[in-house]
Design a protein around this ligand. Structure first.
Ligand code: PGA
Length: 247
């Protein structure tokens, strides 16, 4: 039986999907459900942030490392906060790959978000080739170290981590609960080398093909504190099941 003092968190990462009508449907589904046991965060594309009227927790999918100015296509912490955004995903593997965001930039974005009072959801995770090469733990350690070095360990207690193996994202190939737990335990132990209290209190989400049908097994693992949900967050019924599985 899992025992944890960490409050579960489930975040919907719509990526470049969704619509105004989906925002309404998801909002209706969430406000009618009893989700007192879990923090639910919705991260839609930027314009849809203004479609959510109820008191739901909102997150952005990216933020600029700059405060303002001539950065076409970017978004600042201040703009996000005008739309009641409280969380921001940084370092998603799609941004690392498509926008060449490296560990250093991801750590800078996490710092900028924290300093503005936003909670960064910092994503880490390996490709299949890294896992096959036997470099899994050193690869993840480097991603974590960049964040801890930039933020300092004390500030790390205010972030959320998301472990998202790239080979499991959008592929239907979920990590097994045991694989997820093995990595989450490693992440917590690695952070614990610097500060056991921070490690014990930090929420670490799993992401990668989480669905209503596998969420309970994943979230039941001792070090898995919820999920970052892509595809299944576009289906209000399935997303609700995932939220309800985060007990
Ligand atoms: P997925 O995406 O649930 O569609 O695999 C997860 C993510 O990329 O955050």
């Amino acid at each position: 039986m899992k025992v944890s003092s960490r409050r579960p968190l489930v975040a919907a990462n719509w990526k470049m999907n969704g619509s105004k009508s989906l925002a309404k449907q998801l909002e209706n589904a969430l406000v009618q459900a009893d989700l007192r046991h879990v923090d639910v965060v919705i991260c839609p594309p930027f314009p849809y942030l203004s479609c959510f009227e109820h008191d739901l927790k909102l997150g952005a999918q990216n933020v600029s490392e700059f405060a303002s100015g001539a950065h076409t296509g970017e978004i600042s912490t201040a703009i996000l906060q005008e739309f009641s955004v409280k969380y921001v995903i940084v370092g998603h593997s799609e941004r690392r790959t498509e926008h060449h965001e490296n560990n250093e930039l991801v750590a800078s974005k996490a710092l900028v978000a924290l300093e503005a009072g936003l909670i960064p959801i910092v994503c880490i995770g390996e490709s299949e080739s890294v896992r096959d090469s036997g470099e899994l733990f050193s690869f993840l350690a480097a991603q974590l170290d960049a964040v801890m070095d930039k933020l300092g360990i004390t500030r790390c207690q205010d972030i959320v981590l998301a472990y998202e193996p790239i080979w499991a994202i959008g592929t239907g190939k979920t990590a097994s609960p045991e694989q997820a737990q093995e990595v989450h335990q490693f992440i917590r132990a690695h952070i614990g080398k610097q500060d056991k209290h921070v490690a014990a209190s930090m929420r670490i989400l799993y992401g990668g093909s989480v669905k209503g049908s596998n969420a309970a097994d994943l979230f039941g693992q001792q070090d898995v504190d919820g999920g970052l949900i892509g595809g299944a967050s576009l289906d209000p019924d399935d997303f609700l099941k995932i939220c309800q599985a985060a007990k």
